[in-house]
Design a protein around this ligand. Structure first.
Ligand SMILES: [Zn+2]
Ligand SMILES: [Zn+2]
Length: 154
């Protein structure tokens, strides 16, 4: 996690739920009270519009209800409610200790979280301009330092 996110680290409780309420997510422990946005092709296709997420530490997370998982890459999963289809999280699938990247809108309190980073800015569609002074990275800048999948989706 970047030092930028470190200043937003919190310890406490947050409660979230999907649209239909069948999936309940409790965070009791460490999380980052700030949101990052991604405009990579997979995030765009999955979210339908803007992909944004905040980090919850795995030991802090309890999930109840049935969850569907899609292996969107060889090393990551995207989870969603099989009843209402709400996106739940993106997470590394090859590491049990991996952070959860939660969809902020599941958690009412996250509405107050600031946007602190935006990646794949050169892939951003015209209809989601994001303003402010948050950190930004283009696709090439991000992929130079982070695990990724080459190319776009089929
Ligand atoms: Zn649901
Ligand atoms: Zn992405």
């Amino acid at each position: 996690m970047s030092s930028l996110a470190d200043q937003y680290r919190r310890r406490g409780q947050l409660q979230g739920a999907c649209l239909c309420g069948a999936v309940q997510i409790s965070i009791d422990g460490d999380y980052v009270a700030a949101v990052g946005a991604c405009h990579c092709s997979r995030c765009q296709r999955s979210a339908g519009v803007l992909w944004g997420a905040f980090v919850g530490s795995a030991p802090a997370v309890t999930v109840t209800g049935e969850v569907a998982r899609y292996a969107s890459t060889e090393f990551s999963e995207r989870a969603f409610c099989p009843i209402c289809g709400s996106n739940l999280w993106l997470r590394d699938s090859d590491n049990d200790a991996a952070d959860y990247e939660f969809m902020p809108a599941l958690f009412p309190e996250a509405a107050a979280f600031p946007l602190i980073s935006e990646i794949y800015t050169d892939c951003r569609p015209a209809y989601v301009p994001l303003s402010g002074s948050h950190a930004t990275k283009t696709r090439a800048e991000w992929e130079a330092d982070n695990r990724h999948v080459e190319g776009d989706m089929p």
